[in-house]
Design a binder for this molecule. Structure first.
Ligand SMILES: N[C@@H](CCC(=O)N[C@@H](CS)C(=O)NCC(=O)O)C(=O)O
Length: 300
């Protein structure tokens, strides 16, 4: 895909602040600064999706998971070993939503972004990259939201959150696509918004013009192409879950965050079905509980 050849893809695993320091930019926050909530490591684009015909209805999508399968046989909260290391305004909202859907006991340890919007250094005590989400479960520490979602579903969902056979590949594809392709595009958008705001004062107007040009000619077209693909897929699932079944699966827990970010940051790049999908999830009691527990979150 286009990203592979794009000069704007950042391969760095560093936080935005470090990246900007590396290019000699002033990293003091300014009033123009958007929240750094969609930091992603830029990755090569994923393969084209295999989109299959799937038949769920939006009505089915509104069903609580516990109706589809018996609730997980997990004991009282006090006995839970699962801790979500949660950074405000971040992808770890995905994990809270998943846990609330499954009604699994867990506790949250909260971390607040610093004034420069990166994660506080305490997160590095949990995992060397210092990013969120991270979970601990007994002796285990697991980072990377896709890995966390798969771990929780495999270990605690007791057969729930599974795609129908017909949606196996869609679930696989969109679970990986979320961090592998669409988040890097959003990251690029964020970077080109931040650079002018943090450039030395004298070159700021020039940086603004250059970055606006790159965003318009390179980043937004990619966002639009991705938005169209997502929309076409959701047309096939009739506005229901990504894997086409009656319950959300890993793909949904992964896809919501980038879709929320596009709704907020580039709404023109997402179609009506996609926006309705985000609203449908926002209306779910489990999602609302996750929001209450997680605290400040700009994308809902
Ligand atoms: N691909 C990783 C990305 C993790 C990530 O970049 N998290 C962001 C929050 S959305 C973060 O911790 N940012 C703070 C920082 O980079 O300092 C995942 O899906 O877990």
């Amino acid at each position: 895909m286009a990203e592979e050849n794009s000069p704007i893809v950042s391969p760095s695993a560093q936080p935005v602040e470090a990246e900007l320091q590396a290019v000699g930019a002033d990293i003091q926050p300014t009033v123009e600064e958007p929240p750094v909530t969609d930091i992603a490591d830029a990755q090569p684009a994923a393969e084209a999706p295999v989109i299959r015909e799937a038949q769920p209805t939006a009505e089915a999508a509104a069903q609580p998971i516990s109706k589809a399968e018996p609730a997980a046989a997990v004991s009282a909260p006090s006995e839970s070993t699962l801790v979500v290391h949660h950074l405000n305004n971040s992808r770890s909202q995905r994990i809270l939503w998943l846990l609330e859907e499954l009604e699994i006991p867990y506790s949250i340890k909260k971390y607040e972004r610093t004034p420069t919007m990166v994660a506080p250094k305490e997160l590095k005590d949990v995992h060397p990259l210092g990013k969120s989400p991270v979970i601990t479960d007994g002796d285990l520490t697991i980072a990377e939201s896709g890995a966390i979602v798969e771990y929780i579903i495999a270990k605690y969902a007791k057969g729930r959150c599974q795609p129908p056979d017909s949606g196996f590949v869609d679930n696989l594809y969109f679970s990986h696509y979320a961090e592998g392709t669409i988040m890097p595009v959003l990251f690029n958008k964020l970077i080109f918004t931040l650079i002018p705001a943090r450039a030395p004062f004298l070159i700021r107007p020039v940086a603004r013009v250059i970055c606006a040009g790159v965003t318009k000619t390179l980043v937004e077209p990619q966002l639009r192409t991705n938005g169209e693909m997502i929309e076409k897929h959701l047309e096939k699932t009739n506005g229901g879950w990504f894997a086409g079944g009656d319950v959300p699966t890993a793909a949904d827990f992964m896809m919501l965050f980038p879709m929320e970010a596009i709704v907020k940051r580039a709404p023109d790049c997402l179609g009506e079905k996609s926006k309705a999908y985000v609203e449908m999830i926002h209306a779910r009691p489990a999602y609302k509980r996750a929001l209450e527990k997680g605290g400040r979150y700009e994308f809902a």
